[in-house]
Design a binder for this molecule. Structure first.
Ligand code: UD1
Length: 426
């Protein structure tokens, strides 16, 4: 199993190009199931998760042409040969579940494994299922699978989500594009990836309005056509590198950065004393800190446009050495503090009380072997290690490979002492 060896204490200086957004790419790839024409996605991130979804699409009969290392992925679902998404594939990556609605819309039926819980929480799919039922799908859960059929086709529906869910909003939106009549989604998620998906669907001939607001309207169309579409840049990757620079100190500029999507994070970093020049027109974000300690800042994760849960662990890593006490509340997922005990191994002073973590800033962190537990938690350990004294070994970094493209190359180019090694955990 691969691990990272990181020697902390070197400021980061240079430029980092932001890759395509994993969370957007995963939903954009699924659009190919809604048309028999080719869908070409550019700016695709080469990640374990996106490659993994490509394999599931192949299982369903989609022709996938995506050469290794290429950022253009060609998908052609001219003919589907299966409507079954097996447990082994959905279990490993939850976003695979989003093939259910599009398969029903395209073929009238589908059998898709339930994803199960994951390390950060229970993560049910009840809202996804309610939305599909409201559109006329008959659903049965049997042997861990959702067996779905819509004998008379899908029809538009008025859906009011009880909780804001990114996945359920996207799933309902994808499915409604081919339903008869109008679908209205209320209390919809407003994440930038939802707008990206709406734009892609509209480029295929769909009629989606309101994406980015709490009310989304989708007028169903007879058929969708193929498209060529560029995946939006990854705001979580960008935010992560911004925090790496803030933690290690130095002067880093992010190119191709989705500045407008990062408002909440930018204001928290500024509050903490980091100098940030944000240029929306040029899509650049310059992050600077030289020597002066960070100030403790409290926050609560919220659906967009609030502070994203996917950047919570990284922010906690920064707060470990800030001056003062920071209170970090996680409101989206119930078990998303697994990085806290690992950060404590580096000398952080963190007390977790339910959904709240109290972080008392210490003077410095000291290297230790630590273990990556989930995607965003893993990268918080990298951020902590970059600022710690000595050589930290981050074990089990396969989580990182799910969501960060060429992480050690990008950080290494800015002067970070970071090296990937294979073999037993240390
Ligand atoms: C997506 C992102 C993930 C991010 C999260 C919140 C992808 C691939 N993943 O996950 O990185 O952390 O948004 O921004 O895009 N819920 C229910 N019932 C449902 C669906 C969700 O109760 O049917 C709950 C979840 O358990 C959670 C909350 O709603 O507590 C928000 O989850 P959701 O927005 O759906 O997250 P994902 O789409 O799974």
């Amino acid at each position: 199993m691969d691990r990272l060896h990181i020697t902390g204490g070197t400021p980061l200086n240079g430029r980092i190009h932001v890759s395509g957004a994993k969370n957007s790419a995963l939903k954009l790839m699924v659009t190919c199931l809604l048309t028999d024409q080719p869908v070409e996605l550019t700016n695709m991130p080469n990640l374990a998760d996106t490659r993994f979804l490509a394999q599931l699409l192949e299982t369903l009969g989609v022709e996938v042409y995506w050469p290794k290392g290429s950022s253009t992925c060609h998908l052609n679902a001219a003919e589907l040969k299966s409507t079954i998404a097996p447990y082994e594939q959905v279990r490993k990556m939850r976003a695979s579940f989003n093939v259910l609605g599009p398969l029903i819309a395209r073929s009238g039926h589908a059998t898709v494994s339930l994803p199960g819980g994951c390390a950060i929480g229970a993560r049910p799919v009840d809202l996804h299922l309610k939305a599909l039922e409201a559109m006329g799908a008959d659903l049965r859960v049997e042997g861990g699978y959702v067996k779905a059929a819509a004998i008379h086709g899908l029809t538009g529906a008025h859906i009011n989500f009880s909780t804001v869910s990114v996945g359920a909003t996207e799933h309902a939106m994808l499915t409604a594009t081919l339903a008869k009549g109008e679908t209205i989604l209320e209390n919809a998620a407003r994440e930038p990836e939802i707008e990206d998906l709406a734009n892609c669907l509209n480029s295929m001939g769909a009629n989606v309005t309101g994406a980015g607001t709490p009310i989304i309207r989708i007028k169903g169309v007879e058929a969708l056509k193929g498209t060529t579409y560029a995946v939006m840049p990854d705001r979580i990757e960008a935010g992560t590198y911004a925090m790496a620079a803030a933690g290690a100190g130095g002067d880093v500029t992010l190119d191709g950065c989705p500045v407008a999507a990062l408002g909440a994070m930018i204001s928290k970093l500024r509050e903490a004393g980091v100098t940030i020049d944000a240029d929306e027109a040029a899509s650049t974000l310059r992050i600077r800190r030289n020597g002066s300690p960070l100030k403790a800042v409290s926050l609560s994760t919220q659906p967009h446009p609030g502070f994203p849960t996917d950047l919570q662990a990284q922010f906690m890593a920064l707060m470990c050495t800030a001056e003062g006490t920071s209170i970090i509340r996680e409101t989206i997922f119930e078990n998303r503090f697994m990085h806290a005990p690992e950060l404590s191994r580096l000398g952080a002073d963190i007390t977790v009380r339910g959904q709240e973590a109290v972080v008392k800033g210490v003077h410095h962190l000291t290297a230790a072997p630590v273990m990556a537990t989930d995607l965003r938690a893993s990268v918080s350990l990298v951020i902590a290690a970059l600022g710690a004294r000595g050589e930290t070994v981050v074990n089990r970094i396969y989580h990182l490979d799910r969501g960060f493209e060429r992480l050690e190359a990008k950080l290494g180019a800015c002067g970070a002492k970071i090296e990937r090694r294979s073999g037993e955990d240390e």
